[in-house]
Design a protein around this ligand. Structure first.
Ligand code: PXP
Length: 251
């Protein structure tokens, strides 16, 4: 654990790689790479939590992974999920430390937009209450918009994860001031209504410097960049590089 900005590592793409070869033979003796081993490496290198998204189509993380990680993760287990009855039942059995509720569209390659909390307050409130009832803290993955932040407080969420994807994409194109401004305002508003402020999607060592301008951040969730970078320098080193970039943050 670290005192400053926390790092949650999303290891979905470790499972993406495994599924590319072993989808049809999950019981084979030589299945690799191991998500449990990846989680251990991340934790040893300084991750504060391990995040996985159990998608309805099971394209990467499988049910067995979530149960195995629940056993082995020594830090915190963060389960990302769409608000569907089937996945909710699994979450209630697994009892992750946190759940992050995300939108889920089968066509998308990765989560593309924030959750429309304002448009489904009743359904989300019921899910938030059930999860909190087993001791799981609940986060809502939203775009940094006033209506979504208010709705996240209204459904009883503990945290929001502000969607940084639009900022990351704009930044990569040499822009991003407007998107950064929205994140700054969103982070202020979320804190004012009593929500813990996390952020995630598209975060890299390269855009971290500007992201440091966003106040009140507690935890970042980062996946693709770390798993990609691991191919060049190894997973542990990729985490250490990111932690170094995050160490300049002061809220
Ligand atoms: N946070 C949420 C809610 C996500 O859905 C994802 C993508 O799975 C991430 C963070 C991580 O995004 P990236 O892989 O771009 O770092």
């Amino acid at each position: 654990m670290s005192d400053g900005l926390k790092l949650g590592v999303n290891i979905d793409h470790i499972a993406t790689l495994r599924q590319a070869r072993y989808r049809t033979m999950p019981e084979a003796g030589n299945v690799e790479p191991s998500v449990v081993e990846a989680a251990r490496i991340c934790e040893e290198a300084g991750a504060d939590s391990i995040t996985v998204h159990l998608r309805v189509d099971r394209r990467h993380i499988q049910d067995a992974d979530v149960f195995a990680l629940r056993e082995k993760v020594a830090t915190k287990l963060n389960l990302e999920m769409g608000n569907t009855a089937e996945i909710l039942e699994i979450a209630l059995e697994v009892k992750p430390d946190y759940v992050c509720l995300v939108p889920e569209n089968r066509q998308e390659v990765t989560t593309e937009g924030g959750l429309d909390v304002a448009g489904q307050v009743g359904a989300l409130k019921a899910t938030v209450e059930r999860l909190q009832g087993i001791g799981t803290e609940v986060s809502l993955f939203i775009d940094p918009e006033a209506a979504q932040i208010e709705a996240s407080a209204a459904v009883g969420g503990d945290m929001v994860e502000l969607h940084t994807g639009a900022f990351a994409n704009a930044f990569a194109a040499g822009e991003g001031e407007e998107e950064l401004g929205s994140l700054i305002e969103g982070a202020k508003q979320a804190r004012e209504v009593g929500l813990q402020v996390n952020a995630g999607h598209g975060i890299t060592v390269g855009n971290m410097g500007r992201l440091c301008e966003v106040p009140n951040l507690v935890e970042l969730n980062i996946g693709h960049h770390l798993v990609s970078r691991a191919m060049a320098v190894g997973l542990g080193e990729a985490i250490r590089e990111m932690r170094e970039a995050m160490s300049q943050y002061s809220s």
